[in-house]
Design a protein around this ligand. Structure first.
Ligand code: ASP
Length: 320
C-alpha cells in the first residue's frame, strides 16, 4: 500500500520578536500557512504529482508578502532585490534553478521551466531573465518586490553594522512580525510526496537583508538549499545560507539516510542540531520521505512551518 500523499512548507526561521507577538499577527501567519497547505493538499488529493504541488505551494508563498520571497523579498545593500529559486524532482533527479533575477514575478516558475525544458540546471542574472522571458513568464517592475516593512528593515540594517544578524531587536518595537525580521531567514519552501510515491522539493528566496549585490545563497543550489530523491527524501532549507552551502545541508540529510541508514527524522536532526551548529549554521529545514514521514527541525527560536496529509487537517506552527 502506498503512503498517504503529504505536503510540508516553510516560510523562514529566526529569532522570535516578543514585542510583536500577539494573537492577531500570529493568526495571520497561521492562516496564510494553512491556506497554502490546503491548496497543495487539494492538488495532491486530485492526483497531482509532487512536483506540481511544490511548484504551486512555493508560487503562493512567493505571492504572499508575509514571506521573504517574490513579493515581500528583502533588499540588497544597493537597495535592489535579487531573487533565487530551485526545484528538484525526486523521481528523475532532474533539477532547475535560477539566481539573481530582479524582474521575474515568480522565480520558482522560472526554476520549474529550467527543469522542464532546458538541458541546463541553473541560469543566473541576465541569462536567467532572458531564459524566463523566452519562456513567456510574467515580468514585473522591480518595485513590485518592494514592501514598506522590508524597506524599513533594510534602512535599519544600513544604520546598524550592516549585517543581518547583529541587530538589536529592541529597536524594532512595533514590527508586525512575530519572528524578529532582522534575525529571520525568510526563505520559503515546500516538499511533497504524491500518490505514486514520488518526492519533490522547491525553495525560493530574496536572500538575506543588505546582502552584497551578486551574492548567492543556498536556496538556488541543488544539494544545499533543495534536494529530492525518491530513494531517500525531499528537503528544503532556510537559514544562514553560507553555512548550509558549506554543509551541503539538504543533500546531507539524504546522504545520511542512504549511507548510514538513518531514519528521516534522525538524519534531519543530525544536520540541523549537530552539524550546522558546529559552523554556526542557524536555521532549519523541512523534509518528507517516501513513507510519508515528515520532519521540520530548526535550531532557531521559531520557524514558520506546517504540513498537511491528504484527508487530514493541516497542522501549522511558528515557535518550538
Ligand atoms: N538561506 C537563505 C539565503 O541564505 C536565507 C533564508 O533562508 O532566508 O539566501
Amino acid at each position: 500500500m502506498s503512503a498517504i500523499p503529504v505536503i510540508a512548507i516553510h516560510g523562514g526561521a529566526g529569532t522570535i520578536l516578543r514585542s510583536a507577538m500577539n494573537t492577531e499577527t500570529e493568526a495571520r501567519y497561521h492562516a496564510a500557512l494553512a491556506d497554502i497547505l490546503q491548496a497543495g493538499q487539494r492538488l495532491l488529493e486530485n492526483g497531482a504529482g509532487a512536483l506540481d504541488a511544490v511548484t504551486e505551494a512555493v508560487r503562493l508563498l512567493e505571492d504572499c508578502p508575509l514571506f521573504n520571497a517574490g513579493h515581500g523579498a528583502v533588499f540588497t545593500a544597493a537597495g535592489t532585490h535579487e531573487l533565487d529559486a530551485s526545484i528538484m524532482d525526486g523521481a528523475t533527479l532532474d533539477a532547475g534553478a535560477i539566481s539573481c533575477v530582479t524582474r521575474v514575478k515568480n522565480p520558482v516558475l522560472a526554476a520549474r521551466r529550467v527543469l522542464d525544458v532546458s538541458e541546463h540546471v541553473m541560469f543566473t542574472a541576465a541569462g536567467a531573465e532572458a531564459f524566463a522571458q523566452a519562456q513567456g513568464l510574467e515580468f514585473v517592475e522591480p518595485s513590485y518586490f518592494h514592501t514598506d516593512a522590508r524597506h524599513q528593515q533594510w534602512l535599519r540594517a544600513r544604520g546598524n553594522s550592516g549585517t543581518l544578524l547583529d541587530h538589536d531587536s529592541a529597536s524594532r518595537a512595533g514590527e508586525d512580525d512575530p519572528i524578529d525580521p532582522a534575525k529571520k531567514f525568510g526563505t520559503v519552501g515546500a516538499v511533497a510526496l504524491d500518490a505514486n510515491g514520488h518526492l519533490a522539493a522547491a525553495t525560493s528566496t530574496g536572500g538575506v537583508t543588505n546582502k552584497q549585490p551578486g551574492r548567492v545563497g543556498d536556496a538556488p543550489l541543488v544539494g544545499a538549499g533543495c534536494y529530492a530523491n525518491d530513494a531517500t527524501c525531499a528537503v528544503s532549507t532556510t537559514g544562514t545560507g553560507e553555512m548550509f552551502m558549506r554543509m551541503l545541508a539538504a543533500y546531507d540529510v539524504s546522504a545520511q539516510m542512504e549511507y548510514r541508514g538513518l531514519a528521516l527524522d534522525d538524519a534531519a536532526r543530525e544536520v540541523v542540531m549537530n552539524k550546522l551548529p558546529r559552523i554556526d549554521g542557524r536555521g532549519g529545514l523541512i523534509a518528507v520521505d517516501a513513507k510519508g514521514n515528515v520532519t521540520l527541525p530548526f535550531n532557531t527560536e521559531g520557524m514558520y512551518r506546517g504540513f498537511a496529509r491528504v484527508g487530514e487537517q493541516a497542522v501549522t506552527a511558528i515557535y518550538r
